[in-house]
Design a protein around this ligand. Structure first.
Ligand SMILES: *Cc1c(COP(=O)(O)O)cnc(C)c1O
Length: 400
């Protein structure tokens, strides 16, 4: 990759995504479930760039959306409504209405109150809402607590008994059609036995539902497949798929999965420029032009990202790589070994394609950075760098 060329052309900081890698990941996952009907619904929140969504739609992907904004993005990008899912623990009325009017394939319900709300709105619109219920299987995903979602102590989904009650209620309703069953127990899961265990618990419920004539057609296993950031082991997609399918033998059911990080995480890099080297007593800092507002994961989850200095690979010493933001939590890496840098050196932060740009903000009045796609070795701007005027535009309107 010609990082210097890209930096010159687009400036830094910069997100770079390799679309060919994304395509490979997508086909690997489809392949793992081949022989079964399957639908891969990309979790838009991981990286919601329109060009990226359009690219995934062209591969045949569906989309998992958690807000009306994400639904609108996916539709603009050419997503097919019958391949879209609306998830999320707190959906507003207008969002539910939008999903129903646009015939979004399935709404994942996360509480009894939400079931009633969706039923009422569907009745008003004289529609039948296709629904699925997010079951919280109370399984520990063994991941960071902020991204663990499948325990009873988490806010997500409903327990098995509540789910049963909700399915029976939905079945009786003229405006609800239960077609799916759903779980998602967390993110960055590298020990997939937890997902497989969850699928076993949820498939038991599936069998029970069949016995009372509730015919579920879609088994939605959520996302959460972990990727390699550091020394994790690659998840075997074969084991993942086979483990889940084994729990579904005898059921004629379509597998739905909602990968976010897995499809885009390793395909993205964050490029940033060294501003200064600095020492406070014995502590070495490399100060770069990228910051926590651009890539929040290190600050938020203490997440590790591999980092290298372009063109330099000698005389490594320990340092922190930090941004210009006025927070001690503003770092991209802590206590890592890097060569001594000079102002103008380029630093590549690896595996930044998921939950990177999509979590970025304008904190410290920093315009959000540009995004570039690499498609068959060609670079293409897919989001312009924000200008100062972009950042203040909505306030300016109110100044007069
Ligand atoms: C966040 C989320 C996903 C995607 O998670 P990844 O770990 O990025 O694969 C899928 N489904 C739901 C319901 C989510 O909230």
């Amino acid at each position: 990759m010609d990082y210097f060329g890209l930096a010159q052309k687009y400036d830094t900081p910069l997100y770079i995504y390799d679309f060919d890698k994304i395509a490979l990941r997508y086909s690997d996952l489809k392949q793992a479930f081949s022989g079964r009907k399957s639908l891969v619904c990309y979790a838009v929140k991981a990286n919601s760039n329109l060009s990226l969504l359009k690219f995934l739609a062209s591969l045949g992907a569906g989309f998992d959306c958690v807000s009306v904004g994400e639904i609108k993005r996916a539709l603009i990008a050419g997503a097919k409504p019958y391949q879209m899912i609306f998830s999320g623990v707190g959906k507003r009325d207008d969002e539910i209405k939008y999903a129903l009017t646009n015939d979004i394939f399935m709404i994942n319900l996360e509480s009894e109150a939400e079931l009633e709300r969706v039923e009422n709105i569907a009745r008003e619109l004289q529609k039948v809402a296709r629904i699925s219920i997010r079951v919280n299987p109370d399984v520990d995903a063994n991941t960071h607590p902020y991204i663990s979602t499948g325990l009873n102590e988490n806010k997500f989904g409903v327990d098995i008994d509540t789910a049963k009650k909700m399915y029976i209620k939905a079945k009786k309703s003229d405006n609800l059609q239960p077609i799916g069953i759903h779980f998602h127990i967390g993110s960055q899961i590298t020990d997939i036995s937890s997902i497989i265990q969850a699928s076993g618990i949820v498939s038991k419920l599936l069998t029970e539902l069949k016995s009372v004539d509730i015919d579920i057609k879609f088994f939605d296993i959520g996302g959460g497949i972990g990727i390699v950031y550091n020394d994790e082991r690659d998840v075997s997609l074969y084991d993942y798929a086979q483990g889940i399918l084994k729990n579904l033998s005898g059921h004629d059911i379509t597998i739905v999965c909602e990968p976010g990080r897995f499809l885009v995480g390793n395909a993205g890099e964050f490029l940033t420029k060294v501003l200064y080297e600095k020492r406070n007593k014995d502590k070495r800092f490399v100060i770069v032009d990228g910051a926590m507002n651009d890539l929040l994961r290190p600050s938020l989850y203490n997440a590790y990202h591999g980092i290298s200095v372009v063109g330099k690979d000698k005389d490594h010493t320990i340092c922190d790589v930090v941004g210009p933001i006025c927070e001690s939590g503003d770092f991209l890496a802590k206590n890592i070994k890097l060569p001594i840098c000079e102002s103008g050196d380029l630093i590549v932060v690896k595996s930044a394609g998921a939950y990177g740009f999509s979590m970025s903000s304008n904190y410290n009045t920093r315009p959000r950075v540009a995004e570039v796609a690499i498609i068959s070795n060609k670079d293409k701007l897919i989001r312009k760098r924000e200008s100062f005027d972009d950042v203040i535009a909505l306030e300016k309107e109110c100044l007069e």
